[in-house]
Design a protein around this ligand. Structure first.
Ligand SMILES: Nc1ncnc2c1ncn2[C@@H]1O[C@H](COP(=O)(O)OP(=O)(O)O)[C@@H](O)[C@H]1O
Ligand SMILES: [Mg+2]
Length: 413
């Protein structure tokens, strides 16, 4: 196991680097905070240049022998879904398996459905990539297609998680014979169980690989098998390096920054009469200026904008409205769904610009949403919004530095 920053040269023999073959004379660099496994195929001599804080450790094999079973199973193609708790080595296994299959001449694609610790594409999205050559990490891959979930946790977003994964697996199967699906570490509790169960039911993978330490995924194994989904229970490697909650959060913060800052953000104007708002109540009704006066009287605040929806009303107010009796009054009058939003509510919301197939063109940060004039301003690494058909509102907020600063209740808009 080699932890960066480190440069390695295969001086003699042959190595498998994260499962990818590296012959004599080959050199590779492991950047800081990354680690790779190096297995000797035969007698192996390495020349290394160690950077500050790097580590190279000689260990007994860190890849459990049982892992070969997945490789054999997938050698003729198919879909494998990798499931396990946080820090069970799912992403590493995806990398390893991709390299092993590639070497056997199989065309491989990876679907990364971990919206929190995204490897491919930015967080809050599910992405698909085709593996063109040996990789040291999934994050080396460029997304080929993505689906916008809009949150860095699947909680409250189970539908887009399931639909997005299924759609990208379908896209991947057009490009590759073997598709590896990486997943979030959510495996315990009601929503987690539902997510894993229905994701597997939607995708119907050829095999669900459960990475466990002590049989802790028996609850999933039993249910999946009963539903006719093949399950392979494999031991997690003892070499998994656990990441704390704080580290995961930091990684996520940086992932957004990397995505936005590294690619030159621009502010683009989106014409909402051509690009529809989706995923929220707002922007789906009809403007009802005639209600403004009444609403102002009930709410005790100036109304910027209001919109009638079949279930109720959406109002944007300037200042602090009196919600106490007002909400009840408005519910009685218009219907159960009364959304009272304060001016500026949109600032910093993560959004997805989608194409006419509902797939993601680019993620962005909403700067302003002027519903009366029907324009939105979005900061995104995008030159033009041509081809955009929908603007999907997410439920996290980023600050000017593209750090996640707020998680909003799903359905709040
Ligand atoms: N079989 C293994 N051998 C060596 N290191 C591993 C192995 N599996 C995982 N790791 C390391 O442990 C860390 C966490 O693994 P990861 O695959 O990201 O876990 P998960 O995706 O389940 O959260 C990574 O740094 C990874 O390189
Ligand atoms: Mg992972």
């Amino acid at each position: 196991v080699a932890e960066g920053p480190i440069k390695v040269r295969v001086a003699e023999g042959e190595a498998l680097v994260c499962g990818g073959r590296c012959g004599r004379g080959r050199e590779f660099v492991v950047v800081a905070e990354r680690a790779v496994t190096i297995e000797a195929v035969d007698r192996l001599r390495l020349q290394v240049w160690e950077g500050p804080g790097s580590r190279i450790e000689r260990a007994e094999p860190t890849i459990p022998a049982e892992w070969r079973q997945v490789e054999e199973m997938m050698a003729s193609g198919g879909v494998a879904m990798l499931v396990g708790p946080v820090d069970s080595g799912k992403t590493f296994m995806a990398t390893y398996l991709a390299n092993r299959l590639l070497e056997r001449g199989v065309r491989v694609a990876v679907v990364d459905s971990d919206v929190g610790q995204s490897s491919i594409g930015p967080p809050a999205t599910i992405s698909m990539a085709v593996v063109g050559g040996p990789i040291m990490a999934l994050s080396d891959l460029e997304p080929k297609a993505s689906y916008f979930v809009g949150s860095t946790t699947p909680s409250g977003h189970l539908l887009p998680m399931v639909v997005g994964t299924k759609r990208l697996v379908d896209v991947a199967l057009r490009e590759a014979e073997a598709v590896i699906v990486d997943t979030t570490g959510m495996v315990y509790g009601g929503p987690a169980r539902a997510l894993k169960l229905y994701k597997a039911e939607a995708v119907r993978p050829d095999v669900v690989v459960l990475l466990e330490r002590q049989g802790e995924l028996a609850h999933l194994a039993g249910q999946l098998e009963a539903l006719g989904v093949r399950v392979l229970r494999l031991p997690a490697s003892r070499w998994v390096k656990p990441r704390g909650r704080a580290e995961r959060r930091a990684l996520r913060g940086r992932a957004f920054q990397h995505h936005f800052k590294g690619r030159g953000v621009q502010e683009v104007e989106v014409d909402l009469s051509r690009v529809r708002l989706v995923g929220a109540f707002i922007g789906t009704g009809y403007v009802a200026d005639e209600l403004k006066g009444d609403l102002e009287a009930v709410l005790g605040a100036p109304v910027d904008y209001c919109e009638r929806i079949p279930e109720g009303v959406v109002v944007v107010v300037d200042g602090r409205p009196q919600l106490r009796p007002a909400l009840d009054v408005l519910r009685q009058r218009f219907g159960e769904v009364v959304k009272v939003l304060r001016r500026g509510f949109e600032r910093g919301l993560l959004v997805g610009l989608l194409d006419a197939e509902g797939l993601l063109l680019e993620v962005g940060v909403l700067r302003s949403l002027d519903l009366a004039r029907r324009v939105a301003r979005v900061a995104a690494p995008l030159r033009s919004v041509e081809g955009a058909s929908a603007l999907k509102l997410g439920s996290i907020r980023l600050n000017e530095e593209f750090e996640e600063v707020e998680r909003l209740e799903p359905g709040w808009l």
